[in-house]
Every structure is written in structure tokens, then in C-alpha cells.
Design a protein. Structure first.
Length: 466
């Protein structure tokens, strides 16, 4: 069930009324949230709910062993992390590695057939795996005591963030679950602003961009000019940002209405003047998770300049692999790793931020175009499709452009984009000043406009696939 569907909206209104009807009983609210979260997962597949529950039991067992063991806590942590990684790899990467290994065996003329299995990827598995890792590590570091089982189950299954994030840290989110005092709605005006922005971003703008420019250009790039192909790349960069940040806005707003705070996941990433800054602004909960649980344990920047660059590349390759079990995603991660390494080398020999200090707009322009280039591998299902697009970019100079006006419009948006930074806060302020009697009318009117101008069909959340 899509979070943007009318069915979900109606169900949430009923759930919201029942949920706050038991405001004085936060434990009962937790039970409602847990049941609702499992029903949502089961709506995709009952097996997904069973897998999630079994996984929750296994990880909770390891947390108990870590907390109770004085001499073998590290061993239990390793076993728990191994169980989490093996579970993720089995469901998400089995087909990919089986295919690649079978190709290698065929190349070596080895007559060995690996078993063929159809493995469905459970919804939200990447996100609840990351949640569980943060929990086990927090238990080992004694940042947390072992929580009650059902509180932990809700932490992994919490429906606003299980499908496509953001990634919650156990030490900050579990205390919000294990409360004894009544909860309150958090920042209601900001919550409604985020929900409105989400509908506009995902339902209307991202859908229109995809339908008018991304889908037609990427479907047959050889027929389009270089200008049009750039429009396709730029449009997809805007689409994925609007889609994913819109989803984050939506679930953040829903969580606030339920009395919970989710971590900030986006901070205007296309304002970044380099790739490091981009990853401090894009999917922040993931980039910080990779930093804290992969990059730093590998040694971070503590073991010399060369080792630092190796750690950067390893972290970005794993980021690419996390996004999808395909060569194109690994190339996407490698492109970001390579770009950050080049940036680090230039900073090392020419001074940190040497381009930004001389011309911030040029630094932004270089970063924007490089990021859009990498999105090509993110979008294309195969390397062959990406290479076709690159070939067209290098040869189609003489083909007449269909989208020159769109190209110029995107250039204009790029220049005025910094102004957009204040829009969410401005909208929240204006809503807080209005008479509350008019707020439902304004809310419904904006939703109606967004749905009216949006393309037909229910938009998908791109990151729900990861």
C-alpha cells in the first residue's frame, strides 16, 4: 500500500484517532504501532512479516548474549553482525552472486551448475538490518541496556521508516519508544508542511519530470541530441531527489504526528560544492552510518593518506552494493569513491577547498554535473544501457534538440536553487500564523491541486527497492 494512496490516508486518520485516544497509555500506543507495522509488511507478503519476526528474535538473542557476557561480548557481537549480514546477503544478493559465479565457472570451462533459486527481497530488509547493527553495537559499547523485546521489535518494524528509511540509530530512537510518560504531537505545523511538500514533490513534480523527460529520453537515447541527453540526466537528478526527499518529508511528518522524531536525511544536497559535502547532505542517515560502521572501523583517516583513500573506495563500493545487486550500482559507488579520492588528492596538494574559495558557483557546477553523470549508472538497469547513453552523449551533436527551453530552464533553476533553502521554514511559519479553522481547507486545496496536475497512476518510492 502506497503511503500516498487515498486508502492509506483514510486508514491513517482512523489509526491516528485511536492512537491518540490512548495518549495516557504509551505502552498500548506501542502495541498499536507494532501491530500496524507488521500488518503493513504483511500487506506486501505474509512471508516478509514472518522473516522480520524471526530476524528480530535472532538479533535480540545476540543482544542478550552480548550484554550478559563479560569475556565473550566481542565474539557474540561478531556472531550477531555475521547473522545480520548473511541474512541480508542471502535475500538481496544471492541471485547476483550466483549469476556472476556461474559466469566465471563457465568461462573456466568448469562443468558445475549452481542451484537456481527464486529469492524475493523482503520489504525494508536493508533498513531494518542497519537498525539492528546499530543496536548490537550500542549494546556492546554500553550506550544502551537491553530493551524489552517488544520495544526492540517496534524499533525494527516502525512503519514510517521501514520501507525506505531514514536509518534510525538505536541509542536515539529506542528511548522514544521506551517511554512511560504520555507522548505529544511534535511540531504539528512542521509536520503538515512536510506532508504537503511530500505530496507536491513525489506525486506532482517528480511524476511530471519522469513522464515528460526522464522516461522518453532514457528509453531511446540514440535519437536525442546532446542537449536533450543532458536534460535527461539533469531531470533524473531532480526526480530522484524530489522522490526520495519527498518520501523522507512524508514519513518525518507522519512520525511527528505520532510523537516521534526521525533523523534529518536531506539538507539541499545540490548546493554542495564538492562530493564530500554532497554526502553530508544526501541520504545523511546512510552516509553517516557508512562512516561510523564501515569507514571508521576500516581505519578511517588514521592510517596514512594512501590507506585513507582505500578506505574511502571500500566504503563507497559497499554503498553502491547496498543500493542494488548489480554491476551498475557498483560502478555508481566506484564513481563516487573515485571522485572523492581525486578531491582528496587535490586538497592534499593544492589546499582544501581551493576551487570553492576562488569560485563557489564553479565548484557547485562541477559537483552537480559529476553527480548527474553518476546517476546514469544508478538509473540504467545494465552497463550496456549506460554505455549507449554515453555513446550518444559523445556523438549526437548534429541532432536537433527537442528540449532546449527545458535545458535553459534547468540552468535557471540551478542558479536560483539556493533561494529554495528557506521554503520549508517559511511555509511552517505561515501556517502557524493562520487561523486553525482555515488550515484543513488550505491543506485539502493544495493536495487537490497537486493530484490534479500530477500524472495518472500511483508514484513509486524509488528507494523502497533498496
Amino acid at each position: 500500500m502506497s503511503y500516498l494512496s487515498i486508502e492509506f490516508g483514510l486508514i491513517f486518520v482512523v489509526f491516528f484517532s485511536i492512537y491518540w485516544g490512548f495518549r495516557l497509555f504509551p505502552k498500548f500506543q506501542n502495541n498499536l504501532l507494532l501491530i500496524s507495522s507488521y500488518l503493513l509488511v504483511a500487506s506486501y507478503s505474509f512471508q516478509f512479516a514472518v522473516i522480520l519476526f524471526v530476524y528480530t528474535c535472532v538479533i535480540y538473542f545476540f543482544s542478550l548474549m552480548i550484554a550478559s557476557s563479560k569475556h565473550y561480548a566481542k565474539l557474540w557481537l561478531v556472531l550477531g553482525l555475521s547473522a545480520a549480514i548473511i541474512n541480508l546477503a542471502l535475500f538481496k544478493y544471492f541471485d547476483f552472486f550466483r549469476y556472476e559465479l556461474q559466469s566465471l565457472l563457465n568461462y573456466l570451462n568448469l562443468s558445475l551448475l549452481l542451484p537456481v533459486m527464486t529469492v524475493l527481497i523482503p520489504i525494508g530488509i536493508s533498513f531494518y538490518t542497519f537498525h539492528s547493527v546499530s543496536y548490537l553495537v550500542s549494546i556492546k559499547k554500553k550506550e544502551l541496556s537491553v530493551v524489552k523485546f517488544w520495544d526492540f521489535a517496534l524499533f525494527l518494524a516502525f512503519f514510517p521508516s521501514i520501507i525506505a528509511g531514514p536509518i534510525n540509530r538505536a541509542k536515539t530512537f529506542l528511548p522514544q519508544i521506551a517511554v512511560s510518560q504520555p507522548r505529544d504531537i511534535q511540531e504539528p505545523f512542521r509536520a503538515f508542511t512536510l506532508i504537503i511538500l511530500a505530496v507536491i514533490k513525489v506525486y506532482c513534480l517528480a511524476g511530471l519530470i519522469s513522464e515528460n523527460w526522464v522516461a522518453p529520453i532514457f528509453s531511446n537515447p540514440l535519437e536525442y541530441s546532446v542537449i536533450d541527453l543532458l536534460v535527461g540526466l539533469y531531470a533524473y537528478a531532480m526526480q530522484i531527489y524530489l522522490n526520495f526527499s519527498g518520501y523522507t518529508d512524508l514519513v518525518t511528518g507522519i512520525a511527528l504526528l505520532l510523537g516521534f522524531r526521525l533523523p534529518i536525511n536531506f539538507n539541499f544536497p545540490y548546493l554542495a560544492s564538492n562530493l564530500r559535502e554532497f554526502w553530508d547532505r544526501w541520504h545523511i542517515s546512510l552516509s553517516h552510518w557508512i562512516r561510523d560502521f564501515i569507514y571508521i572501523p576500516l581505519g578511517g583517516s588514521r592510517r596514512g593518506f594512501v590507506r585513507t583513500q582505500i578506505n574511502v573506495m571500500c566504503a563507497m563500493l559497499l554503498s553502491g552494493l547496498w543500493h542494488g545487486s548489480g554491476i551498475s550500482f557498483i560502478i555508481w559507488g566506484a564513481c563516487h569513491g573515485f571522485g572523492i579520492i581525486v578531491l582528496n588528492v587535490l586538497d592534499h596538494y593544492m589546499g582544501r577547498g581551493w576551487i570553492t574559495k576562488r569560485s563557489p558557483i564553479i565548484a557547485r557546477l562541477i559537483t552537480w554535473n559529476y553527480i548527474c553523470f553518476t546517476w546514469l549508472f544508478f538509473y540504467c538497469e545494465s552497463v550496456h544501457d549506460a554505455l549507449d547513453y554515453l555513446v550518444a552523449l559523445g556523438h549526437n551533436f548534429l541532432i536537433e534538440s527537442h528540449y532546449i527551453e527545458v535545458f535553459l530552464s534547468i540552468c535557471g533553476i540551478f542558479l536560483v536553487y539556493p533561494i529554495f533553502k528557506n521554503i520549508p521554514d517559511w511555509c511552517t511559519l505561515q501556517l502557524s500564523k493562520m487561523n486553525r479553522i482555515y488550515l484543513p481547507i488550505i491543506f485539502i486545496f493544495i493536495l487537490w491541486l497537486a493530484i490534479y496536475y500530477a500524472p495518472s497512476g500511483m508514484p513509486n518510492f524509488i528507494y523502497a527497492n533498496f
